[in-house]
Design a protein around this ligand. Sequence first.
Ligand code: HEM
Length: 138
Amino acid sequence: QSMVALQKATPASAYPVAPAPGLYQAFGEQAGIRALMDDFVIRLKADARIGEQFKDTKLDNLSKQLTDQVCQLAGGPCVYKGPDMKEAHAEMDVTRSHFNALVEVLQVSMDARGIPFTRQNQLLALLAPMHRDVVNTR
Ligand code: HEM
C-alpha cells in the first residue's frame, strides 16, 4: 500500500485497532449509541471543566458525528464522514486535562445507560489513541 493511500485512510480507520467482539451490540447498536451520545453532549456542555468549549456547538450535529464515529469504531456498519481528529480540534486549545475530563463525562454517560464496565473500557481503549491528534496544547 502506498503512502498516499495511507494518508487517505478514513478518519476512524486512522486508528487501526480492532474492536472487541460484540462491542457494537453491547452498546445497543446504532440507536443505543445515538442515545448515549445525545446524553453525552448534554453533559459535555454542562461540564464545569470543558463546557465552555461547546458553547456555540450544535449538539444535535455533534451527537450525530460522534454516533457515526463510535458506531464505526465499535465495528458497526456506519461510516464517519467528518473531519479527521486533528482538523476537528485545530481551531481550539485542547489540553490533556480537557481530554481526561471528556473521558470522565463519557464514563458518567455510559454508567447512566448501564453499559458494563468492561465494555466501557473496550470503547475507551479505541478512543485513547486519538489523544495524539486531539490534544494540541500543554
Ligand atoms: C477521544 C476524544 C474525542 C473525540 C473522539 C472527539 C470527536 C469529535 C468529533 C467527531 C467532532 C465533530 C467534528 C465535526 O463534525 O466537525 C468533534 C468536535 C469538537 N470537539 Fe471533540 N473529540 C474528542 C475530544 C475533545 C476534547 C477533549 C475537547 C475539548 C474539551 C473537544 C472539543 C470539541 C469541540 C468544541 C468540537 C466542535 C463542536 C462544534 O462543531 O462546535 N473534543 N469532536
